[in-house]
Design a protein around this ligand. Structure first.
Ligand SMILES: [Zn+2]
Length: 319
């Protein structure tokens, strides 16, 4: 064991998803030293899931000790409605959890401090603490997958709002005369630019896929548009139009230095290029010149990196 190892501080990041859970030991430079991945199996009940998560966290705490290091705490990333101050998952539809005091359960059994955050907020934290361009103190992470969400870092602080609900970018109004959204509002951005919306629009406008009797997915649609399918391209352009307008509003509101895009739907070139084209045409030029718009490079570990990253932000600021 080297002298450097004996000085080491680590944090444990946990990303609880509906299908799989990832628990990772993260070092002070954002490197994942060791990770444990398992199916979440929420149908086995809260107690069982917490038991397996706790077991993995204890194993990684022991690993840190064996390396002569200490663990600063456990960060937990989850979807749904969270109460970060009470460290409680209020409601997570993908887990079918209600009022689960994750913080208390984990800290009782591991002896470690626990912090909690939602997926998009923690992705923003991961980019802020460990992403490229570390000089950026104002950044926004936007995720486009089955839904649309955002996490905002403003002046080096995570914007959480009065009840930890800030960043509902997908429920910004894109068309005030649009259809009713599941949230109660009308014409929300998510109804035009999410993977769910892309697939639904493709299925209603394009009929069955050529030479195939299966239904369209967002990925199929992107591939068809990339290959020159005019109908598919129209749908992608419409999604980019609304997403680009939304980003323009975010730039005008927050004046960020970086907008980082992630999520499965942002993986291809086409939607990114078309979205940037809209932003270029509509944003106040001096503010557009200030902001870099780029895809995340942190990969699918971004959730655990952000969760662990909470322990590398001093009072909400990067340590
Ligand atoms: Zn909505």
């Amino acid at each position: 064991m080297t002298a450097i190892d004996s000085q080491s501080e680590y944090a444990i990041g946990i990303d609880i998803g509906g299908t799989k859970t990832l628990v990772a030991l993260v070092d002070g430079s954002g490197g994942i030293v060791r990770s444990i991945r398992f199916p979440t199996l929420p149908e086995h009940g809260v107690g069982d899931v917490i038991e397996r998560i706790t077991g993995a966290a204890v194993e990684l705490k022991d690993e840190a000790a064996a390396r002569g290091g200490t663990v600063l705490g456990i960060g937990v990333a989850s979807a749904g409605v969270l109460d970060a101050r009470q460290q409680r998952i209020v409601y997570a539809a993908n887990l079918n959890w209600q009022n689960v005091p994750v913080g208390r359960l984990l800290s009782e059994r591991t002896g470690l401090a626990v912090k909690l955050g939602n997926d998009a907020n923690l992705a923003a934290v991961a980019e802020y603490v460990w992403g490229s361009r570390r000089s950026a103190r104002d950044l926004i992470y936007v995720t486009v997958s089955t839904g649309v969400g955002a996490g905002m870092i403003s002046g080096g602080q995570l914007v959480e709002g009065a009840s930890d609900s800030a960043g509902e970018f997908g429920h910004m109004t894109a068309d005030p005369f649009g259809p009713r959204c599941s949230c109660g509002n009308y014409g929300c951005l998510e109804n035009y630019s999410s993977g769910t919306a892309l697939a639904a629009t493709a299925n209603s406008r394009l009929g069955q896929r050529e030479g195939d009797d299966s239904r369209w997915t967002a990925r199929d649609l992107m591939e068809a548009a990339g290959a020159g399918h005019a109908g598919a391209m129209d749908i992608v352009r419409r999604a980019a139009f609304h997403l680009g307008n939304g980003l323009t509003s975010l730039i005008h509101l927050f004046n960020p230095q970086r907008i980082v895009l992630g999520g499965g739907v942002m993986a291809g070139e086409l939607l990114l290029r078309e979205t940037i084209r809209v932003v270029d045409a509509r944003t106040i030029p001096s503010m557009r010149a200030q902001v870099a718009i780029e895809r995340t490079t942190l990969g699918e570990e971004i959730g655990v990196l952000g969760a662990a990253g909470l322990f590398y932000m001093e009072g909400g600021m990067r340590a």
